[in-house]
Design a protein around this ligand. Structure first.
Ligand code: PXP
Length: 240
């Protein structure tokens, strides 16, 4: 089985920074840390309200990071203009609602279809790899192919929620497996993301045909505990 690439989403480093309006913790530092630690790519979501990374983070990450960065954007003119200018190696088009806490579902591919198709082709000509964030349903996989996307990223939020609540996830897993299989059959590269934890990633890693995981919230949260010990010890040395 070929290795699954790991994309590390660092949005929540920016969320912590923005909560205090300070310059730290630095998303660029997190991106470089992810690179050093074996990530295959770094994911950043430039939201309309800039609630996590902002335009300067994007510029800095683009200029300093050696591994590819994956820019998540909503299907708006503003974001497409930025993507055309910054030429991210990877782009994932996601739905975006201003009031949501996080990306709650996959794209509605029946909305603004012609606009999406036009812009996907433009971004591809600009040398970005284009992925669409979709629910694990077969119509959306077929539609992604019709729209000429290179990849689909399957929204694993529902699956992960069921696992976290110790509920039966078999049907959702079946839906994901069928979506992966159709995606592969149609020649799309299939990714998965949203809500992934050690437990859910372990289950999904057994499905052959998923080429990339994008993981953020749990990974950043877990790293607090892995790093807290060292940080407290550093302060212990100062506060003798
Ligand atoms: N993939 C996509 C397309 C996303 O929008 C997100 C959330 O920003 C993720 C992956 C990462 O999700 P999480 O932070 O829950 O791991």
């Amino acid at each position: 089985m070929s290795k699954i690439r790991l994309g590390v989403n660092i949005d929540h480093v920016a969320t912590v920074r923005n909560a205090r309006g300070e310059s730290y913790p630095s998303p660029l530092r997190a991106a470089l840390f992810a690179q050093k630690s074996g990530a295959d790519s770094v994911t950043i979501h430039l939201r309309e309200d800039r609630r996590h990374i902002n335009d300067s983070d994007l510029k800095e990450i683009k200029s300093k990071l050696k591994i590819p960065f994956n820019l998540e954007i909503a299907a708006t003119n503003e974001m497409f203009k930025i993507a055309l200018k910054r030429k991210p190696p990877f782009i994932c088009i996601v739905p975006e609602k201003r009031q949501e806490i996080t990306t709650e579902g996959g794209l509605n591919l029946n909305f603004k279809k012609n606009f999406l198709k036009k812009i996907i082709n433009k971004l591809k000509k600009n040398k970005s790899r284009i992925s669409l964030f979709v629910e694990p349903n077969l119509n959306d996989i077929k539609e992604s192919k019709n729209l000429n996307a290179d990849c689909v990223e399957i929204h694993t939020g529902k699956f992960c929620n069921l696992i976290n609540k110790n509920k039966n996830y078999k049907n959702e897993l079946k839906r994901i497996k069928s979506a992966v299989s159709l995606g592969n059959k149609l020649g799309l590269e299939v990714h998965a993301g949203h809500g992934l934890t050690y437990k859910s990633a372990k289950i999904l890693a057994k499905i052959s045909g998923i080429k990339e995981f994008n993981i953020g919230h749990f990974l950043i949260g877990e790293s607090i505990f892995v790093g807290l010990n060292k940080t407290i010890k550093n302060f212990r040395k100062i506060v003798k």
